[in-house]
Design a protein. Structure first.
Length: 142
């Protein structure tokens, strides 16, 4: 039971068994360049018949409902005070029932609590009023 500690008698270098991938990469790059050069550049064009001129104005201007929310949370509908949320939802239901819905312009005061503004928007969504927009956003620019 002995162990051979000597350096061995072989002075030959170890044989490298890894594959040389450099020529393969070169061949692939040449093939890729040839492919890019030979493929013609394709121009995709979609022919469309667009209308000429300005569209006519709408026959009937939509009704505009102005909702204001004051700093203390009071809500007005076209200048008249809305006493509670049930009345507000009833008004939204009337607007949503029309075949051509009125545009609802929601203008909150800068100091109005967010929960009041969100409650009005949620009531409009629940009742099906779809044409609602916030106006007066320039007061929030700094």
């Amino acid at each position: 039971m002995g162990m051979n500690v000597s350096g061995g008698g072989s002075s030959e270098p170890e044989v490298m068994v890894d594959i040389n991938t450099t020529p393969l990469i070169d061949v692939m790059l040449v093939l890729l360049i040839m492919l890019i050069i030979t493929i013609p550049i394709q121009m995709h064009a979609v022919k469309m018949n667009l209308p000429v001129g300005n569209p006519p104005p709408p026959a009937v201007q939509p009704e505009v409902v102005q909702i204001d929310i004051d700093f203390d949370g009071t809500t007005t509908w076209n200048g008249t005070l809305v006493p509670d949320s049930a009345t507000l939802e009833q008004k939204f239901a009337q607007v949503a029932a029309e075949p051509d819905q009125a545009e609802i312009h929601l203008r909150p005061n800068r100091l109005a609590p967010y929960k009041d503004v969100a409650a009005v928007m949620a009531a409009a969504q629940r009742e099906g009023a779809t044409k609602i927009g916030l106006i007066g956003n320039e007061q929030y620019m700094q």
